[in-house]
Ligand binder design. Structure first.
Ligand SMILES: C[S@@+](CC[C@H](N)C(=O)[O-])C[C@H]1O[C@@H](n2cnc3c(N)ncnc32)[C@H](O)[C@@H]1O
Length: 174
């Protein structure tokens, strides 16, 4: 019995490790955007209560926490790493965040068509791939914030420079 439990534990750990490596490979490493940059991003967007906020690669849910607590947004996060998705769920629950959902899911396969605001802190490669998805899928007027990396060939409405380690790129879907 003990050996079966140990085997299950090892298999779970291997699966978690492989999904974390996979998310790093196809999307972005596990880093966190500065809280001040998230605040600034949502101010630039003029985020209003009950709008739909999507974090592509939610990490531990910290941007969702700010989006809910400071701006009253309904928050949705996609995260490929099971360990981080679990931490995000716990983080949001322990902080009393309502109207939030964490999907253990690849954001490339998510339907983003009803998003009001999208937040990304990813990589140049991921932004290139998302560009096509955004062009096909997003409704006109969706606000997109990309921390640190631009969307290739799109013209930002604003770039906030110098205030944070990374630039903040603000886009409007036309
Ligand atoms: C740089 S972190 C950003 C975390 C958080 N959004 C923040 O700003 O603090 C990027 C996150 O995206 C996740 N990720 C990468 N590719 C993904 C994909 N295709 N689908 C879902 N999550 C992904 C990674 O596991 C990681 O947690």
């Amino acid at each position: 019995m003990l050996s079966i439990l140990l085997l299950l534990l090892i298999i779970s750990l291997v699966v978690i490790a492989m999904m974390s490596i996979y998310s790093f490979y196809i999307g972005a490493p596990i880093l966190f955007s500065p809280k001040k940059a998230t605040m600034k991003s949502l101010q630039i967007c003029q985020a209003k209560p009950n709008e739909k906020f999507y974090d592509l690669g939610a990490g531990t849910g910290r941007t969702m926490l700010i989006a809910y607590k400071k701006f009253g947004l309904n928050t949705y996060g996609f995260e490929l790493s099971p360990a981080l998705a679990f931490m995000a769920k716990y983080n949001l629950w322990i902080n009393g965040v309502k109207n939030s959902t964490i999907y253990l899911k690849n954001f490339y396969n998510a339907n983003l068509s009803d998003a009001d605001i999208i937040f990304c802190f990813l990589t140049p490669k991921a932004m290139l791939r998302l560009k096509n998805k955004f062009e096909k899928e997003l409704k006109t007027g969706t606000r997109i914030i990309s921390y640190a990396f631009n969307i290739p060939d799109w013209t930002p409405e604003k770039i906030i420079i110098n205030s944070y380690p990374g630039k903040i790129y603000y886009y409007l879907k036309k």
